[in-house]
Design a protein. Structure first.
Lengths: 415, 383
């Protein structure tokens, strides 16, 4: 192929592609069909045909033009690829105008009642008005600072491990496994629940919204971790009874859906408690999810235990260590470090599972949405509510999955 | 001797602990049930259920006993699970392969699809499809026909129903074709091992599978006709479709959400499986003269499937368990009908929740056992 022919092909191909993109863009943004003079079926497929042909004639192995080569190599290797590329481009161009006009141009955010929403687009006023309910549930408005402070305290205490105190470093595991959960529990109990130190009592029925999601997942995580560790050790034990009990426990909880576990906690569990013993619904739910997640946690930790070479066990035993000493100082520190990414994934699954507590009547974010949706003054805004909640959950989960991915990469290089 | 005692003490303590917990719980349950005047037993299963199920695969009405309601609900659960598994496999394989595409746009579109749907709680997705997306569909009287024969409306998806004559003959012919295919494959393998000849097994199988059933239409008096959904006016403003098959919106929302969500995980399994095959395998296969198709069929796929299938089965299991979220949008599945309505009516909390959990447990353990068996079968036999 001579150089001039290549150039002709390039100009012709680019023109065709340009025409096809202009056609689709005009059609999508301005609603003008510039190929109106053709029969409708041809006019509909014309951009695709022109674009495919254009991409076909500019395709070549090597041209020396940098951008053309990048284009050919990445999106235009075969006819099939070219068609897919065009289809994706068209989809993107076609979907921009309606989504922008729904979400921004025709949307309303001013005002604080339903009447403010007059446009044909989204009604963000609804989210604005209900925002506090979505975050804090039915918790009294003037007491929201208590939830905020409790969260800030708990997070701050959780970050203590990042400070480098060489002397106290050996106490960190003790702190995280035993002291921190207790302190966090006391903070959340006394600050959010109240009832002491002159703070007004707020019953758990009023808790809700996104803060409840955090409370439930936080407690389930800190409780399920030690339980999972014991179960994992039990499953690896060479004492048959302990092994079978652990296996039975793990397989049972992993075999049932969380929703039936929650049903159990709300309708069946009270029957198994002593007669005059009352247990709060939220506590029952947290216990149920903890028992459930502990089984998954145990499997993750078992993976870590199994990946340690036998030599580690033999070496620890040859130093005269007993079972517990060996586990505490040799095996678990190494195994737990290995499973941090897996635990992060379990936690991610846990956060994604918490909206389920809605089925037993606890109104966290999904529950508050269902409540707001059926409010007679705000009917018909389900779409906005679910998009809002999806964005919030997506940001949380995406950040967590990226973080766990980073952890995974970090620990991979060390071995 | 000393060692034996040392080993038995923790085991005995564990047994005691388990017995103690179960004893404590049973004792409390006994006391509580005595106080409330409830007796334990499964006799209620034979009583008349007297509630209705909106959508059911088998004949069911309120006069039927509870155990029949249980069967109807279980079938609904399995229906959603099977539909979800089929769609999530198709979508997951496409997306998984697309993530490894050489095309920048396709690769990234697939990656964004996975990141997007994987990171939103399934319950929210189900709610979104059911309460937001499907509510935006037209009313029955305004619906435009899809492909001329089916109608997607706010009240459900109406598709033509198949009306068979002499269906059994058709099924026998299918069965015969499958048996014949197995025999031919067996024969072809023998032929290749003994004489080195290769039969075009694939085309023969395809031909058998098409021709034998088609023959029954000509000679076996089998016929197939379609019953189209037709719009019917119930009152001045209320319309519906009669005839054909009506899929309720709950089923559609649930299947959509479950398959879109699980497909992201299946896609990751597929990607991992294909990436797990080293380049050397393909090059080695090419260097001994296999064609690209043979490389895919004889070298890459058998190895990739070994990596793909176990985690994918796990995802199918998750999908089946997640289908219990149906209760949140009132699709009459096992949890809603049995652990919901039946429990409310009978008050037999312990029995009903146990039956429900045991059902899911059986499903899970059965699939897990199947998976273990398959794993054993395909694992590399190391010498």
């Amino acid at each position: 192929m001579t150089n001039s022919k290549t150039l002709t092909n390039l100009y012709l191909g680019s023109t065709l592609i340009l025409i096809c993109i202009i056609d689709v863009t005009f059609n999508s943004f301005l609603k003008i069909n510039i190929t109106n003079f053709l029969p409708s079926s041809i006019s509909f497929f014309l951009p695709l045909i022109l674009g495919t042909f254009g991409l076909y004639i500019i395709r070549s192995d090597y041209t020396g033009l940098r951008y053309l080569d990048i284009l050919n190599k990445n999106v235009n290797t075969t006819n099939f690829n070219a068609i897919l590329t065009l289809l994706i481009l068209f989809t993107i161009i076609k979907s921009i105008p309606p989504s922008i006009s729904w979400m921004i141009l025709d949307a309303n955010i001013s005002g604080d009642s339903r009447d403010a929403c007059t446009g044909s687009g989204a009604c963000w006023t609804y989210i604005k008005v209900w925002f506090k309910r979505f975050m804090y549930g039915m918790y009294p408005n003037e007491l929201h600072w208590r939830i905020n402070i409790a969260f800030i305290l708990v997070i701050a205490l959780g970050l203590i491990g990042l400070i480098k105190f060489e002397k106290l470093k050996k106490y960190l595991p003790l702190y995280y496994v035993i002291i921190y959960p207790i302190i966090a529990f006391l903070i959340i109990y006394y600050l959010i629940s109240g009832g002491a130190f002159g703070l007004e009592w707020v019953e758990t029925g009023a808790w809700g919204g996104l803060s409840l999601t955090f409370i439930v997942s936080f407690f389930c995580l800190i409780f399920c971790f030690p339980l999972g560790m014991i179960l994992a050790l039990g499953r690896r034990s060479n004492l048959p009874v302990i092994r079978y009990v652990s296996v039975a426990y793990i397989e049972f909880w992993r075999g049932v859906p969380l929703i039936t576990v929650l049903f159990m906690s709300s309708v069946m569990f009270p029957m198994f408690l002593p007669e005059d013993f009352f247990m709060d619904k939220l506590v029952r739910v947290i216990i149920a999810i903890t028992l459930f997640e502990a089984a998954y946690c145990a499997e993750v930790i078992r993976g870590g235990l199994q990946s340690l070479p036998r030599g580690q066990y033999d070496a620890a035993k040859s130093l005269g260590m007993g079972y517990w000493k060996m586990q505490a100082f040799v095996i678990l520190p190494q195994a737990l470090k290995l499973v941090i990414p897996g635990i992060a994934n379990t936690f991610l699954a846990l956060v994604k599972d918490t909206p389920l507590i809605f089925v037993v009547g606890l109104a966290e974010l999904a529950g508050m949405l269902a409540l707001a949706k059926t409010n007679p003054e705000w009917l018909g805004f389900a779409m906005e509510g679910y998009i809002f909640a999806s964005i919030i959950f997506w940001i949380i989960c995406y950040a967590m999955s990226k973080y766990s991915y980073n952890l995974e990469a970090k620990y991979k290089t060390e071995r | 001797m000393n060692n034996k005692i040392k080993k038995s003490i923790p085991q005995i303590l564990t047994i005691l602990f388990v017995i103690l917990i179960f004893g404590f719980l049973t004792f409390n349950a006994q006391v509580n049930m005595d106080n409330r005047g409830i007796d334990f037993g499964f006799g209620f299963l034979k009583q008349e259920a007297s509630f209705d199920i909106q959508f059911s695969l088998v004949e069911y009405d309120g006069l039927d006993p509870y155990w029949w309601a249980y069967v109807a609900a279980l079938l609904n659960t399995l229906l959603v699970a099977v539909l979800g598994i089929i769609f999530c496999t198709i979508l997951g394989v496409i997306v998984g392969v697309a993530r490894l595409s050489s095309n920048y746009l396709i690769r990234n579109a697939a990656a964004w699809y996975v990141e997007f749907f994987r990171n939103i709680p399934l319950l929210l997705q189900i709610f979104f499809w059911y309460y937001a997306a499907l509510r935006a569909l037209p009313l029955p009287q305004d619906a435009e026909p899809l492909l001329g024969v089916s109608y997607l409306t706010i009240k459900g998806f109406y598709i033509p129903a198949m009306v068979w004559q002499n269906l059994n003959i058709f099924l026998y012919s299918l069965l015969l074709a499958i048996v014949a295919i197995f025999l031919i494959r067996f024969y072809a393998k023998k032929l290749q091992e003994n004489e080195g000849k290769q039969l075009p097994v694939f085309y023969i199988s395809l031909g058998l599978l098409l021709i034998l059933p088609l023959l029954t239409f000509l000679v076996g008096n089998v016929s197939l006709s379609f019953e189209l959904p037709v719009i019917k006016q119930l009152s001045v403003t209320s319309f519906t479709y009669v005839g054909g098959i009506g899929l309720p919106p709950e089923l559609i929302a649930l299947t959509l959400a479950l398959s879109l969500y699980t497909a992201t995980f299946v896609a990751e399994c597929v990607r991992a499986g294909i990436q797990g095959i080293s380049k050397g395998q393909k090059e080695a296969a090419a260097s001994i003269g296999l064609t690209p198709n043979q490389i895919l069929k004889l070298v890459v796929m058998p190895q990739a499937l070994r990596i793909i299938i176990p985690p994918t089965t796990n995802q199918y299991l998750n999908l089946t368990k997640n289908s219990s979220l149906a209760a949140a949008i009132a699709y009459p599945d096992l949890v809603l009908v049995f652990a919901g309505t039946a429990l409310m009516q009978t008050g037999k909390a312990i029995e009903i929740v146990s039956i429900t959990m045991l059902t899911y447990l059986t499903l899970s353990l059965a699939i897990a056992a199947l998976m273990n068996w398959y794993n054993k079968k395909i694992e590399i036999k190391e010498k």
